[in-house]
Each structure stands twice: as structure tokens, then as C-alpha cells.
Design a binder for this molecule. Structure first.
Ligand SMILES: [Zn+2]
Length: 166
């Protein structure tokens, strides 16, 4: 789950297409500032830093909203998670727009599905923000999900072991 995040910036072709689309739609954009709630809570804005190849260029990010309770996020028409891409403000704004769009389609991917032990990864300096939003420390959120993930893994391994024998 953690390693997946390191590869997020590779889907850039899709993102550029999406940005193009976004620019065309800008004229009819409405002012939005707060993400719609899901499962009674504010979704988490997941952020990853893109590799910073060129020191002279600003840091780019990929961002998207995920519900910490059910794991859902906005996807495009082929089921690919929609991610805001650009400098911090741009990426955040796009993530917000994708989440709040009246046409948004949502999916729960296995790696974020709490029922399968999926959990959201956050940055160390975001732990206070997490607590303020959900009234629960990030560690308390994550611990039971890691347990589920370990149990799922154990079951899968056992299944493989049984298959090998038969
Ligand atoms: Zn939810």
C-alpha cells in the first residue's frame, strides 16, 4: 500500500488529458471550497509529492480526496482515480472539483477499502490535521486496518499453501 504511492506520478499522460478538459470547462466553473462529506465526515485530501527533477521549477503534487470511512474516491470513465496535478493550490483545487462534481463517479479500490485492510497514508506533519478532522489519532485509525490487512495476507498465504498441496 505504501509503495503504491511512490508510483502515483507515473500516470501523467492521463492527468494532462484531464487538465486539458479541465481548462475547457473553466468558464462554467463554480466557486467551491469545501469537499462534500461522505459517511458523515470530511474526506481526506491525500497528497503525494512528484519527483522534483528541476530545482528551478516549483514542486508538483498529486492530490485526491478519499473517504477514510468507506475508502471511496472519484474515478474517471475507465475507473482510474482522478488526481489533481500541479503546484499545491492547483492540485488541491482539482482534487476538490473532482470530488464535488455533480457528475462524479466513485469507486472503492482494494488498497483503500477498509474492509480489506486498506488505509490512507498521510505525511508525518499531517497527524494533527487528521486528529482535528476525525477526533481520532492517525495511529488509532490505522492499527485495526493493518490487523485486517495482515489477516487477509495470512489467509491468502494459507490458501496458496493449500493449493500447492492439492
Ligand atoms: Zn464514505
Amino acid at each position: 500500500m505504501g509503495t503504491f504511492d511512490n508510483y502515483e506520478c507515473e500516470g501523467q499522460m492521463d492527468i494532462f488529458d484531464w487538465l486539458q478538459q479541465d481548462n475547457e470547462e473553466k468558464s462554467q466553473e463554480v466557486e467551491i471550497s469545501e469537499p462534500n462529506k461522505c459517511c458523515g465526515v470530511t474526506p481526506w485530501l491525500h497528497k503525494s509529492k512528484c519527483v522534483h527533477w528541476d530545482e528551478n521549477k516549483p514542486q508538483y503534487y498529486m492530490m485526491r480526496y478519499i473517504c477514510p470511512k468507506c475508502g471511496k474516491m472519484a474515478v474517471d470513465n475507465i475507473g482510474w482515480p482522478i488526481r489533481g496535478y500541479g503546484v499545491y493550490e492547483d492540485a488541491a483545487q482539482q482534487a476538490l472539483k473532482a470530488w464535488n462534481s455533480p457528475d462524479a463517479v466513485f469507486e472503492i479500490k482494494d488498497y483503500y477499502d477498509p474492509k480489506k485492510g486498506g488505509y490512507i497514508t498521510i505525511n508525518l506533519d499531517e497527524e494533527d490535521e487528521w486528529f482535528n478532522l476525525y477526533g481520532q489519532s492517525y495511529q488509532d485509525y490505522k492499527a485495526p486496518l493493518v490487523e485486517i490487512a495482515n489477516e487477509e495476507y495470512r489467509k491468502k498465504k494459507m490458501g496458496e499453501h493449500i493449493n500447492e498441496k492439492s
